[in-house]
Ligand binder design. Structure first.
Ligand code: UT7
Length: 322
């Protein structure tokens, strides 16, 4: 019997726009305060893309870092998936622009649209293709420029989001213990109207702006995330006490804390970056993962669980042996 083929995280990377904006700076133009934003969300700063910075350029920068960390070159990659809800253009896929920016023109490249859960969806697709033998080395990227779909007149949403990108190199490995152990994904389209963009190519012909019923999203988030975390652990035959690190979607510190509490996971095991990045949608999980890998918290051998929930609704979790 041949050894099981798994997808191993070989390297991580991330990228942020040059411009960082504090709550106090935001309060100069938006009717809000540092106190309100900090208390309700835990956010202190967000990065906002400037001229020349796009979802594709941020994704390419994060990818170069992940390739470096993996000791690999663009020509080693045969699959690029970009999870994004803010593509550079309606088409072509941002992933093909990333491939072009990296300067190697081969393999497969496409985008995945699952909003804040997009990175988890992309991991599942890449892992399935790697296990099936149709890909060997994948760049899985979450990249967003939500600042460009925010209504800056709507203080209930514009203070919550930021721009950025995170990337991982996933490679096939046979016979080891490392890799993606299990992923669980969900979608429930009954909740389309709680978090959406009010435009699109096939409806208004415009890009549209983000709209959210924050309180209702909040209510669903904690329950859904706690359940999917339990499910992914059960699928892999592991217990919450086995987990070394939780890397959650960084939407709101209160959601992150409440979810961890439900599972009995101590806050010391939770990677928190919402204070410095705000909510970067599909980029938030790989960005936080890269931060904790680079500062030495997450190391080879650690059991890490990634989780996210967002528009759709979509939600999911992935258990990874680093
Ligand atoms: O990434 C996808 C998943 N997204 C999420 O997980 C987001 C989930 N939702 C949330 O994180 C929270 O619901 C929010 C942070 C969006 C809002 O927090 P909240 O505690 O649910 O506040 P709220 O919407 O109930 O608003 C409370 C008050 C309102 O005033 P009144 O009606 O009580 O007088 C708002 O008008 O806060 C007011 N408010 C603000 N005040 C100052 C809303 N936005 C602001 C603001 N600054 N930026």
């Amino acid at each position: 019997m041949s050894a099981e083929r798994r997808s191993v995280i070989r390297g991580t990377g991330s990228a942020l726009p040059k411009k960082r904006v504090s709550n106090a700076e935001l309060a100069e133009t938006v009717d809000t305060s540092d106190e309100w934003i900090t208390e309700r969300t835990g956010i202190k700063f967000r990065y906002i893309a400037g001229e020349g910075e796009t979802t594709a350029t941020l994704a390419a920068d994060a990818s170069r870092m992940a390739l470096d960390a993996a000791g690999m070159k663009p020509e080693d990659i045969d699959l690029i998936i970009v999870a994004t809800a803010t593509p550079d253009q309606t088409f072509p896929a941002t992933a093909t622009k990333v491939q072009h920016l990296l300067g190697h023109h081969g393999g497969v490249a496409f985008d995945v649209a699952a909003v804040c859960s997009g990175f988890l969806y992309a991991i599942q697709v890449a892992d399935s293709m790697i296990r099936a033998g149709s890909a060997h080395n994948a760049l899985v990227i979450g990249s967003e420029t939500f600042s460009r779909i925010l209504d800056w007149e709507d203080r209930a949403t514009c203070v919550l989001f930021g721009d950025g990108a995170g990337a991982v190199v996933l490679s096939a490995e046979e016979g080891g213990n490392r890799g993606v152990l299990a992923t669980k994904l969900h979608a429930d389209g009954r909740h389309n109207q709680l978090l959406y963009v009010d435009g699109g190519p096939s409806t208004t012909g415009t890009v549209g702006k983000l709209r959210m019923k924050g309180q209702e999203v909040f209510r669903h988030a904690v329950g859904n995330l706690a359940q999917v975390l339990r499910d992914v652990l059960q699928e892999a035959g592991r217990d919450a006490s086995d987990v070394d690190w939780v890397v959650p979607h960084q939407a709101n510190k209160r959601i992150i804390d409440a979810t961890a509490r439900k599972l009995g996971l101590p806050s010391e095991k939770v990677v928190l970056t919402v204070d410095r990045h705000a909510n970067t949608s599909a980029a938030s999980v790989p960005l936080a993962l890269d931060v904790a890998v680079r500062d030495g918290r997450i190391r080879e051998g650690h059991l890490v669980v990634l989780e996210a929930m967002g528009g759709g609704f979509t939600w999911g979790a992935s258990l990874v042996q680093m």
